[in-house]
Design a protein around this ligand. Structure first.
Ligand code: NDP
Length: 281
């Protein structure tokens, strides 16, 4: 038995396995034969810098961040990936030797999931929403060669900002459309993405202001909402004959990318999806 020295033993006063991402990643550790842990720690915004310093001091191999930490964490890191720098947001930190590098895996997870049904290169894409998820998806779609991105958003400021970022930083063909009334999806659209929070549990019956009869069967319709996976949009688009992607695919794939960056091992996505399906019922 090894001797214990210089150690701090963490004691948690609440269950730490309630976060779906934790259940998903820990199932992949078990499946890959890695005796690693992925724990959920609540950090109040004023303590973020101290928490990152603690992660360095305690030798974390990496961590994920949720709102409201995705932007604020940047000043505490040593460098950023190209995508994270473009998006101005980090959801995944990877320790490389003694340095903490900020990455954004949300958009990459989406694109990987989209590639299972179509190649984004050369596609006409409409994105509903202009928040963090929309930003991550739009940047990665441009990097993957999408031909045109239309950002549709309720708040003009956020929508114009995102379309401007795509044009200026990525030289993309991008425009903004103000979202008033039921949005009619233009003919010729290849991919429609719901990147708003409409439909997220517990507001599962909330309706996206969308003219569903403008969805045609040559379109791919993707929803970012992971909980519940069968959103109203997923059901409506399936009924219209579209190819449909639910939010679990994006969540699993961003997890796969983070797992690979932290461990150097390729996890089994099917195991991770099954773990999430069990959590979300
Ligand atoms: P933000 O709060 O940054 O953005 C929310 C977006 O939704 C904004 O564009 C907002 O518009 C729009 N919106 C919200 N309510 C309405 C409404 N009633 N009508 C019209 N537009 C609305 O959130 P995020 O971008 O971080 O997250 C969005 C969703 O993506 C969440 O539900 C989250 O669960 C999901 N997500 C899924 C991931 C996955 O792996 N599957 C990963 C990351 C996020 P406005 O600007 O006008 O307020």
């Amino acid at each position: 038995m090894r001797s214990f020295k210089q150690e701090i033993t963490a004691v948690f006063g609440q269950p730490v396995a309630e976060n779906p991402t934790q259940v998903m990643i820990e199932s992949a550790f078990a499946d890959s034969g890695l005796a690693w842990r992925y724990l959920t720690l609540e950090v109040a915004p004023p303590n973020l810098g101290a928490a990152v310093a603690g992660a360095r001091a305690m030798g974390f191999r990496g961590f994920n961040l949720t709102i409201p930490h995705k932007v604020a964490v940047i000043e505490h890191l040593d460098s950023l990936s190209e995508a994270a720098e473009l998006m101005g947001a980090v959801n995944c930190v990877v320790r490389q030797r003694e340095l903490l590098v900020g990455e954004n895996t949300d958009g990459k997870g989406f694109v990987e999931s989209l590639r299972e049904v179509t190649d984004p290169a050369g596609k006409q894409v409409v994105i509903l929403g202009a928040g963090g998820a929309a930003r991550a998806i739009a940047v990665e779609l441009c990097l993957a060669g999408a031909a045109r991105i239309t950002v549709v958003n309720r708040s003009a400021k956020r929508g114009e900002e995102l379309a401007g970022l795509l044009r200026q930083r990525l030289q993309a063909d991008a425009d903004f459309v103000a979202w008033t009334g039921d949005y009619e999806v233009p003919a010729g659209t290849d991919v429609l993405v719901n990147a708003t929070s409409i439909g997220l549990f517990p507001d599962v019956d909330a309706r996206i202001p969308l003219a569903v009869d403008t969805l045609t069967e040559d379109m791919v319709v993707a929803d970012v909402i992971p909980n519940p996976p069968q959103t109203r949009l997923v059901r409506d688009a399936s009924a219209r004959g579209c190819r449909v992607l639910d939010g679990l695919g994006m969540l699993v794939n961003q997890g796969v990318i983070g797992f690979r960056l932290w461990t150097g091992v390729d996890p089994n996505p099917a195991v991770m999806r099954a773990a999430l399906e069990e959590v979300f019922g």
